[in-house]
Design a protein around this ligand. Sequence first.
Ligand code: APR
Length: 233
Amino acid sequence: MQDIRNIVVLTGAGISAESGIATFRGPGGLWEGHRVEDVCTPEALADDPALVHAFYDARRAALARVTPNPAHLALARLDEEWGGGLLIVTQNVDDLHERAGARRLLHMHGALQSALCAACGVRRRWPGALPPGSICPDCGAAALRPDIVFFGEMPYAMDRIEHALGSADLFVSIGTSGAVYPAAGFVQRARQAGARTLELNLERSAGSAWFDETRLGPAGTLVPAWVETLLAP
Ligand code: APR
């Protein structure tokens, strides 16, 4: 793999599926029994803060019952051993990548174990329950909300992601349906930059046509095999 130096990896809900975390667009199109619009929009938060806060409290509490799977562990190994550039961009709000040991990691859609102050904009680690009206320790406003990027809101760190995509030699998408922008457009941006593009997913996705190669199967099998090949001497 001498021609590859800079790698960008995009992960989605599929990489955490084998750890027992439900994907968003599973059977019935429901996420843990809810329509995504009812728990993942600014309007939902304004209309029914108790429901939205309770929903993310439950997701946060559920993290204690799951562990990283071989796909997370393989990416952490890649992070540890890859001497070139690497950025793992996850759309997931769980903490399984970091618990596996990944460090060159960005949560573009926020994180369950973080709270965002709607008044002052400060983000802080928040491992426990977050009832509506929780007080921001920084500004004193009763304005803490789940630090989740809702539909219609700007994902985090787009400048850093754009920079990494612009110099990528290889772009790899793992376990994402390619249904949600801007992440769904990263493959095209990477292609423009001249990167080779590889998709690892259980089934063909909305974006499969954009990839040089798609490998179908469970992430827990495909990702360790890909990392092994990449790191082979
Ligand atoms: N291994 C690999 N891929 C899998 C596995 C698995 N074990 N299980 C499921 N998948 C695939 C599915 O086939 C699907 O293509 O993972 C993909 C998951 O797609 P989504 O549920 O749409 O999740 P994602 O693409 O991460 O959603 C993007 O949408 O609701 C928003 O903000 C939310 O970050 C989320 C974004």
